[in-house]
Design a protein around this ligand. Structure first.
Ligand SMILES: Cc1ncc(COP(=O)(O)O)c(C=O)c1O
Length: 422
């Protein structure tokens, strides 16, 4: 059994001074007991909890660390800027350089605005879309995560119906549902916001059809509304351009965050020329939005994106993990579903309505030093080596074996049991 005493102590102290001891998606309330809440350090594809237990990491801080933690060249760029200054009276030269790099990289984009988190970027996209023609309605696929702002948070606490007064829901990947929503709000549509593919928690991931993407584009053009793609989670993971470039679809606005500066806090809204005027008419800002260090890290991250084979490498590594897990599950008599792109894997077990089997397996992985998530999509790091993958697959194999051995003792997570009514 791994030592977890420091984590336990911090959790106890946190309960006194932090609501619930922790909040948001990085709270481990819904995770199996083996998952640590507090971390000490991270380097490359490895992460260490406060008790010094090391894990090969498949979460990448929920996305941001595409090139691995503490990437040398990116950290060198960040440190050089930190020596000069970070949060100043105005931005440094890296703001312009980062905007130039993003605009050069993303085909549809002619301008960039920076903020801190993905929710800032998606919320800013709504403001720009409404400023564009003075229309109100934003069409959102039901159950899609776009952040934690009042217009989009999945939890109802403290949120008023008025916060979502002009949000219209349609069924994801359903052209008819989208067309119906457009028709019902004719003349008042500011934009449609979509994620590149469906990546929700506790559910199989799936990619949309090219027809759905084309329909979204056409309906926006007919309504003189804006097509907004929320690339916060998937951006640069599937492509070096927009994720829907493969369908030949150019959006009007795209929201970026998470990995664009490899773990440094910055997000972005990119827009095409026709939206530039609307973007000049809104007022958005934040005390830390113009800090220079994350922008310098972003410039170097973009260089890595342009000049390295990270995309091909993470894809190959993701395929190796997927093939390995299918073979192991099969050999141990389990049936699993691995959905979504291999670079952002989601692993769920068949006939596991309470998720207790998946929870049991990921607990066994954690015990063996592999951080695999039971209900959130994961992320492949470019820092993963072949040796890491071999160690991972050795651990996951033992985890399947232990799962089989302990199958009759598996229990539903207490909070999930309440939620699921079990
Ligand atoms: C698709 C998508 N949009 C927006 C967000 C919000 O980003 P942030 O948590 O940085 O505010 C997320 C976060 O997971 C996301 O996955």
């Amino acid at each position: 059994m791994r030592n977890r005493s420091m984590d336990a102590e911090l959790r106890e102290r946190a309960r006194q001074v932090i609501p619930n001891g922790m909040y948001g998606h990085e709270s481990v309330r819904l995770l199996p007991a083996e998952f640590p809440q507090f971390f000490k350090s991270a380097k490359g594809a490895r992460i260490r909890d406060v008790d010094d237990n090391e894990y090969i990491d498949y979460i990448c801080a929920y996305g941001p660390n595409l090139f691995g933690y503490g990437h040398e060249a990116i950290e060198r760029a960040a440190s050089a800027q930190r020596e000069l200054g970070d949060t100043m009276n105005g931005p440094g030269a890296p703001m312009v350089e980062f905007a130039e790099a993003m605009v050069a990289q993303i085909t549809h984009a002619d301008w960039a605005m920076f903020c801190k988190n993905g929710s800032d970027a998606t919320s800013m996209a709504l403001v720009v879309a409404r400023a564009y023609r003075g229309k109100r309605k934003i069409l959102v696929a039901k159950g899609t995560y776009h952040g934690a702002a009042p217009w989009c948070t999945p939890y109802p606490g403290g949120i008023l119906p008025e916060d979502r007064a002009h949000i219209v829901y349609f069924d994801h990947n359903d052209e008819q549902s989208l067309a119906d929503a457009v028709r019902a709000n004719e003349g008042d549509i500011a934009g449609i916001i979509a994620t590149p593919f469906r990546h929700e928690v506790f559910a199989d991931q799936f990619e949309p059809g090219a027809d759905y993407a084309a329909t979204a584009r056409r309906l926006c053009d007919e309504a003189d509304a804006l097509l907004i793609i929320d690339e916060v989670r998937a951006g640069f993971r599937l492509a070096r351009d927009c994720s829907w470039a493969k369908f030949g679809i150019e959006p009007d606005l795209t929201c970026w965050g998470k990995c664009i500066a490899n773990g440094h806090p910055i997000s972005a809204l990119l827009g095409s020329e026709k939206v530039r005027k609307a973007a000049t008419e809104i007022f958005v800002t934040g005390s830390f939005w113009f800090s220079a260090v994350p922008m310098a890290a972003g410039v170097e991250t973009l260089r890595q994106i342009r000049e390295t084979g990270y995309l091909e490498r993470t894809d190959a590594m993701g395929q190796k993990l997927r093939d390995g897990l299918y073979a192991q599950a099969d050999a141990h008599g389990f049936s699993i579903r691995q959905t979504g792109p291999v670079v952002m894997p989601q692993v769920l077990f068949d006939e596991d309505p309470t998720f207790k089997v998946g929870y049991g397996w990921t607990s066994e992985c954690l015990k063996r030093g592999v951080y695999i998530h039971p209900y959130h999509n994961m992320f492949m790091s470019d820092a993963l080596t072949e040796a890491d993958m071999d160690m991972t697959l050795a651990a996951t194999d033992l985890a399947f074996e232990a799962l089989k051995r302990n199958f009759d003792t598996l229990e539903v997570h207490p909070i999930l049991a309440t939620r699921l009514g079990h």
